[in-house]
Design a protein around this ligand. Structure first.
Ligand code: HEM
Length: 217
């Protein structure tokens, strides 16, 4: 049972994007934070804990899609699943707290929406596993992991948004470089949410179509 090439590409790209973003926070030095820190006693430790648990959810989430573990070793799948769900809950609740420190309204609402959807879809996926509705469990967990990956998509899309901003402003920077970066970091999470939502719903529909075709044959 060989793992698909697309899975490997997604793992490598995701780690390649996220690790450099995480690195400054693993120094536990608030001066190295890219996010604006107004409280080193509360906001910074909460942000760092959010990042550490989010990273655990990213790694364990990837492991859950390995067919050899899920199908051949369901007890390992259940064990990793519990770590995934716990880390999403811890990281998601801390993300809600961090959102209150964000000054820009558009950016704060994007993170708030993402955190609520992340927690909700995780709870639904977990509930479906408990009541042994494994078809729905898989669908909700695909939705949830799609949201985990918004952290990756939103960052990958920054260069595309930079280009879009430049083109839409007639190849000029009317309010300077700083303003351009600020505007882009206010919308990139929204772009990630919409894009990942479309991709996940499309693959769920495709899977359902394929199984309907198989059942009708
Ligand atoms: C999916 C739900 C997530 C939510 C709601 C969320 C929320 C947040 C928030 C509110 C911030 C602070 C942003 C700021 O103050 O400018 C942040 C930063 C950060 N998060 Fe998350 N996050 C999520 C997932 C993840 C994941 C899966 C990772 C991967 C490890 C991650 C890694 C980070 C990193 C590295 C930062 C620092 C950003 C920077 O330096 O620009 N987050 N997150």
């Amino acid at each position: 049972m060989k793992q698909k090439k697309s899975w490997w590409i997604l793992v490598i790209v995701s780690l390649g994007v996220i690790i450099p973003f995480m690195a400054p926070y693993l120094t536990f030095n608030p001066a190295k934070s890219r996010a604006m820190i107004t409280s080193t006693t509360l906001q910074y430790p909460i942000l760092v804990t959010h990042i550490i648990f989010a990273f655990i959810s990213l790694i364990t989430g990837f492991l859950q899609f390995i067919d050899r573990i899920r199908i051949k070793n369901p007890h390992i799948h259940r064990y990793i699943g519990k770590i995934y769900v716990s880390s999403v809950f811890v990281s998601g609740i801390l993300a809600l707290v961090v959102t209150f420190y964000i000054k820009d309204f558009t950016k704060a609402v994007a993170f708030l929406t993402l955190a609520i959807l992340w927690l909700f879809t995780c709870w639904k996926g977990y509930r479906m596993a408990i009541i042994k509705d494994f078809k729905e469990h898989r669908i909700w967990m695909m939705r949830n992991f799609g949201l985990t990956l918004v952290a990756v998509t939103a960052r990958i899309f920054v260069p595309v948004l930079l280009l879009t901003y430049y083109i839409l402003n007639g190849f000029t920077l009317p309010e300077g470089r700083e303003k351009m970066i600020e505007e882009i970091l206010n919308v990139n999470i929204w772009v990630g949410i919409v894009l990942n939502f479309v991709i996940v719903e499309w693959s769920i529909m495709k899977k359902e179509d394929n199984s309907t075709i198989r059942n009708n044959l």
